[in-house]
Structure formats: C-alpha cells, structure tokens
Ligand binder design. Sequence first.
Ligand code: PLP
Length: 400
Amino acid sequence: MKFENKRAAGIKSSPSMAIAMAAKKLAAEGHDIIDLSLGEPDFEPPVHVTEAACEAIRRGRVRYGAPAGMESLRQAIVGKFKTENDLDYTVDEVTVANGAKQILFDVFLATLEPGDEVIIPTPCWVSYGDIVSLHGGEPVYINCGPDAGFKLTAEKLDAAITPKTRWLMLNSPSNPTGAIYTADEYRALAGVLERHPQVLVVSDEIYEHILLKDVPFVSFGQACPELRERTLIVNGVSKAYAMTGWRVGYAAGPKALIAALNKMQSQSVSSVSTVAQAAALAAITGDQAFVGKAAETFAKRAKIIVGHLSKIEELDFTPPDGAFYAFIGVERLLGKKTANGEIIADDTAFASHLLHRFGLSSVPGAAFGAPGFIRLSIAASDPELESACARLATMVRSLE
Ligand code: PLP
C-alpha cells in the first residue's frame, strides 16, 4: 500500500536526526561511540526556567493557549528585540510556535504558491530545502564556499533572483559553518533586494547568542531597517537557553504576515504548550548570566577543536565565528582507500567509515547541500572533543 503523496515522498527525514539515531543504536549495542551529530547544548536550562514550568503546572495554567502565544511571552519577546537588537515591534508583530522549525513551516505554508522560488545559500541547515519543497516551493540553492567565508554575496544573489523568487533565506550565525554576516554584508544584499520588491527575507537568528570569537552578531532587521516590511526574523529559546526539547520558537515581522502565521497555528497545533511558554517567559525575562556562560563554554570548546583540527594537514578547516559546529573539508581525502581496501568515495562514505570503524558520529556535508565536508557538533565535554579529534586524526592517517 502506498501511503505518501508526492510531496511527502519527495522529501527525506531529517538526515542529522537519522544519523544521531544510528549512533544511538550502535551505542546501545555496546559500541564505544562519541556522538557529535546533533546540534543541541549538552547541559540543562537554568533552574528558574524549569521552576517556572513546574509553577505553571501547579497553578493549573494548562489550558489551550492563544495561537499567537501568551500575551506576556509576546511582550517579553518585544522587549528582547528592543534591548538586544534595538528593534521596535508591537505584540501583534510577534508570534510563538513550536520551535523556529515550526515558524518556517508556518511561513512557507502561509505564503508559497506552487513553483515559488526560495533562495537558500549553501551550506545551509538540513531542513530548509525540504520544508520549502513540502509546501510546493522550489528551493534554489546558491553555493557559497569557504572562499566567500561561506556567505552569500550581492553578485550571487542578483544572479539568482527571478520573477518567481518569493523568499531569501538567511542564517547567521550559520549552521553548519558558523559564519556571521556583518552589517555591511547584509546591506550589500539589501541593495540588491531593493530592486526586487517581490522578494521577502527570512532571517534565522537562532544562534544569535552563541558567539565564539570577537565577531559581533547583528540582526538583519537592525542592519536593513528599510526592509522591515518584508523581513521576518526567526529566533527561539532552543539554543540560547539549552531548551531544545521545550519547543519554543518565535518570530517578528509585519503584522499581516504574523496574522497569517497565527492562522496556520490556529488550524494546526492550536498553540504551543502553555507550560513550555511559561518556561520560555522565565528564560527571556530572567537572569541572562546563563547565556553568556554557555557561549563562553562553547568558545572554549571551539578552541580545543580548532587547536587539534588545524594540525591535521589533510583537512580544510575554517574556524567558526558562531554557533556550535566545526565544518570540516574532507575533499582531499576522497578517493583514498581504507585499511580494508574500501574506497572513500564521498563525504557520506567518509562519515559512515568514521562512525563504524572509529566510533565518531558526524553529519556528511551533502546533508547541508555541501558535499566534500563533514560537520561535528562541539556541544560535548572537553574529553569527548579531545577524543573525537584523536579518532578523526587516526582515521585520516589510516587512509591510503
Ligand atoms: N534553524 C537552525 C539554523 C537550526 O540549526 C535549528 C536547529 O538545529 C533550527 C532552526 C530549529 O530550532 P528549533 O529548536 O527552535 O526548532
């Protein structure tokens, strides 16, 4: 029996989730596995966050919520945009969903007509293209390699825009590369967009707080205020507050677009769990010391990884400026032979060999639209990262 329609059959399950599951299975079978495939902080959220959730349960705040999110949480999000990004929004211009991921679902569900194009610079987060396809859109990938700092340039954007272009998808700091756009780089893109008034911008800023060097974060909204009426800023509590499983994301944008997203929410999930929203409210309005400390921890870990990886000559590695990943070029090792005589044909074979023979789980670059790379998460303990680098180095040495 065939169950899936064409749209569902045309997309794949999240590759990073699939690899993480394979790593978990191997570990459950007793193999010594270091899993650096999934992108989530490896520590707990602040205590005041979990306390707020418990308090919401104790007080019986467990009824259906408004599709747009609790008024108090939306007020807090308005405050966050003002204090952290110097952006002015009203409560009607922000919405809350089950993670940044669901915001993206709502956006493309609400706005795409069949065949509308969405420009996605690659390397990009594994889910962007499939979310677009699932809603009848055409992902248009633009390869932005290490020479351009893994960032989209005005020239490339200009060349990719067609009358069918509906959205440009931006992500800074980037998953998987850690690249961060400067205000000037954003403004150069805005210069192109001004000539194409039909193109809207989604700026995924979920890694805003994970800054690994002195490179500052700037919101697209702050850099390009003239595009305010066609910009949707996406963010959430998953990465900044180690709240991946709580599933709370949010967005800010023009009122009519936000109203459309709310309509999608009202007919799908109704609202985000009110308990999770109470936790997110505490995260955003509470003591922010956790956020800075987490970023410091990731910066220390990035140093460990950079120190080791830059010593492995066969790898091409650009140290990340933000987020918590190392995106590593393995192109020069492709075509080499393993000790068993198998050829490492591509990055997927590389990642598979690394997992099955050396017990290190990574995500192949192909999943991010960038074959020839692998991604390691640095959201792991120092000893795990040391050991992961040693395993990678051993594998590289073993190839002939
Ligand atoms: N955007 C990017 C670039 C991500 O890496 C992720 C998660 O890995 C998300 C969005 C999804 O975040 P959320 O947990 O808020 O759905």
